[in-house]
Design a protein around this ligand. Structure first.
Ligand code: PGA
Length: 254
């Protein structure tokens, strides 16, 4: 089973667009339900409308939350609120959140809050830049070590990790990663998890790729990049392209 997770970021603007997109994404989730687990993560304000219009097997998540339940956090949203509004998953550690201050320590606290409320974490990790000496690996190592520091195997197994090189994300991306770059990182992440826990647990953790994934490059990330699916930004807002991506990763090669 592959994962297809839509990160809607701060879009769309209108409720009417939200309802249209949920309906179209539900149709995609239905068509590919045998091989894909499809999840959408809208802005929190749209959760009630999304939950109301999303039909089985489409699943609903959220994006970001406060690291503690203290009330005096103007502008933030708690894990309890997300849960009560129907979020079963939540994206944390995204580079756009890290850029606004969500450091490794905060991500670690967010993980605790999500586990408290039984929300599945979608943990984003990724290096800001690449170098030829492999120093970027230490950035990933630190992100992983801090996030998993206090997690017992039962919790670790539940996390979905999205490897998203920062330089490959969004409209200003230099390029998508290559499947070979993705594969190297998937091996590195699994090795780290296997060293901390064991091989069985490391193998059970879902590893996704994100960053300019589209209908043209997606298949090679699965066949050659060892990705078990995708966290998709821009393409998740365009139902036709999302459908083409879903088709590309599920149609067997002739
Ligand atoms: P993108 O975004 O697919 O638009 O590059 C991915 C993400 O930020 O999760």
């Amino acid at each position: 089973m592959l994962y297809l997770i839509g990160n809607w970021k701060m879009a769309p603007e209108k409720n009417s667009q939200v309802i249209d997109l949920v309906k179209k994404t539900t149709a995609i989730a239905r068509t590919y339900k045998k091989s894909l687990t499809t999840i959408i993560c809208p802005p929190a304000v749209f959760l009630p409308a999304v939950v109301k219009n999303a039909k089985v097997p489409l699943l609903v998540g959220a994006q970001g939350l406060a690291a503690s339940d203290a009330i005096a956090q103007t502008g933030l949203i708690s894990a309890g609120m997300l849960k009560d509004n129907g979020a079963a998953y939540c994206i944390i550690g995204h580079s756009e959140m890290r850029a606004r201050g969500d450091n490794n320590e905060i991500v670690k606290q967010q993980l605790t809050k999500l586990f408290d409320k039984k929300i599945v974490p979608i943990l984003c990790i990724g290096e800001k830049t690449r170098d030829t000496q492999g120093w970027y690996l230490s950035e990933i190592k630190e992100q992983l070590e801090t996030a998993f520091a206090d997690l017992v195997p039962l919790q670790a197994k539940k996390i979905i990790i999205a490897y998203e090189p920062v330089w490959a994300i969004g409209k200003d991306a230099t390029r998508a990663a290559t499947p070979a770059e993705c594969r190297e990182m998937m091996i590195f992440i699994r090795k780290m998890l296997s060293d901390k826990y064991d091989e069985k647990i490391a193998k059970s953790i879902v590893l996704l790729y994100g960053g300019s994934a589209d209908e043209f490059n997606a298949r090679s990330f699965v066949t050659d990049g060892a990705a078990q699916g995708f966290l998709v930004g821009r393409v998740s807002l365009e139902a036709k392209r999302l459908e083409a991506l879903a088709k590309a990763i599920t149609t067997p090669e002739k």
